[in-house]
Design a protein around this ligand. Sequence first.
Ligand code: SF4
Ligand code: SF4
Length: 175
Amino acid sequence: MLVACLPLLYSVNLAFRRYLSAHHHVDKPFQVLASEVQRHVDCTACANCCRHSVVPVNKREIDNIAWHLGITPEAVDLLYTVPDPEASASRTLLNSGEGCVFLDGNLCMIYEARPKTCCNFPHVTVGTHSLGSRPSSLAHWAALCPIIYNALESYKHLTGYHPHPSLRATSKPPA
Ligand code: SF4
Ligand code: SF4
């Protein structure tokens, strides 16, 4: 799913995830923090997730997009989707390498009909798993998503986490 990250930032946040897992921190305070961060981030100034994600689409989502665009589901399938590289029987939205086929500047051209994966991204305010058990992709995405980056930084502060000295070199947050 991820195509780029800052290696040091990834290492720091992967270590934090391991720390949370080892100390059995619950997810709820992180979700509250993440909701607050999300309220203050303007996604239309970013759109990194639309540039760097591979978005799976099921039949119902293709139908929704077709209805939204006023074309047939077969046309959506043909023009805007490709086989999922990890499951050839499934489909993903076409991504040119520059971003999702429906990305126009920083805006989604099918916003009201966007797939569930897009609606739920960055997945930090929902779910019942503890943060420590979340996939390592969360650490990858911290380099790209200001919501994840700032939510993790706030949670480090809340939990009193201090990274190992070898991980303390300066790392840049996402633009
Ligand atoms: S990467 Fe994060 S901040 Fe950027 S548009 Fe996506 S959800 Fe919003
Ligand atoms: S469908 Fe819209 S929200 Fe989803 S990745 Fe494409 S441009 Fe972004």
